[in-house]
Design a protein around this ligand. Structure first.
Ligand SMILES: [Zn+2]
Length: 247
């Protein structure tokens, strides 16, 4: 059994993907997307299954099931499994980015900001990720706010690895994610919480840092039920989708 996605939401999700990744195309039937005009990826539906089950292999549309909150509001994350951005369709990411570690490695560059020396991250140049991060760091450095503690001992960017406790490839593998200071950011698994029953998130990451990075296409894991407060990830389609819905 499947749950029909409201047509306007499905259209908004596809529109957001097309704006975010301008070489994506929609198949003539409007139900699939692709990059080369022949290998189409079905956008699927939002299936009637538990959030935990869909997490292991979500459809493309299920990635948009819970709109990413544009406001700096951490109340939505108190709802179990409301993790906007944590659902990722592996075939879409392989198509948008890389299928092998070597291909990912060949695209890497280290982004640094002279006025914010603690911030230095190896990310991909593909899809302007490095450019966007560089611009965001420059803006943070120019803001006058002292972010040095947030970037002190930062966890880093590219890392070809699976997500802790899973067999799913982390988005650090594609060079589209980076972690700030882990101690300040905090991670749900380290609290001893059970999946789907994560308690309060005692956040110290400043709103100004999050909103600046969001403006350049990076979502923040602190807005997830399964919070990953050190984690930022290039997902402009999720931010665009929320903007389209809020119009
Ligand atoms: Zn991370």
């Amino acid at each position: 059994m499947t749950v029909a996605v409201p047509q306007n939401s499905a259209t908004a999700a596809i529109d957001a993907l097309l704006i975010a990744y301008d070489d994506l195309q929609v198949a003539p039937d409007g139900r699939a997307i692709g990059l080369d005009g022949k290998d189409w990826l079905d956008v699927g539906t939002i299936r009637d299954m538990s959030a935990k089950a869909s997490l292991s292999d979500p459809t493309i549309l299920e990635q948009f099931k819970h709109p990413y909150p544009l406001a700096f509001d951490l109340t939505q994350r108190t709802v179990p499994f409301v993790d906007p951005g944590r659902l990722r369709n592996a075939r879409l990411f392989e198509a948008l980015y890389f299928q092998t570690e070597q291909a990912a490695r060949n695209s890497l560059v280290t982004v640094t900001e002279p006025a914010l020396p603690q911030a230095s991250f190896q990310v991909t140049q593909k899809r302007n990720v490095a450019c966007q991060l560089s611009a965001a760091l420059a803006e943070l450095a120019a803001s006058g706010t002292d972010y040095s503690a947030i970037f002190q001992g930062a966890g880093g960017g590219f890392n070809w690895r699976v997500i802790a406790g899973t067999t799913r490839l982390s988005t650090h593998s594609y060079g589209i994610a980076f972690d700030v200071n882990a101690e300040l950011g905090k991670y749900w698994l380290w609290t001893g919480a059970k999946e789907g029953a994560v308690g309060a998130y005692d956040n110290v990451i400043p709103e100004s840092l999050v909103t600046t990075l969001e403006r350049f296409g990076f979502i923040w894991g602190g807005k997830w039920h399964h919070f990953d407060g050190m984690h930022f990830e290039y997902r402009p389609e999720l931010i665009l989708y929320s903007r389209i819905l809020s119009q």
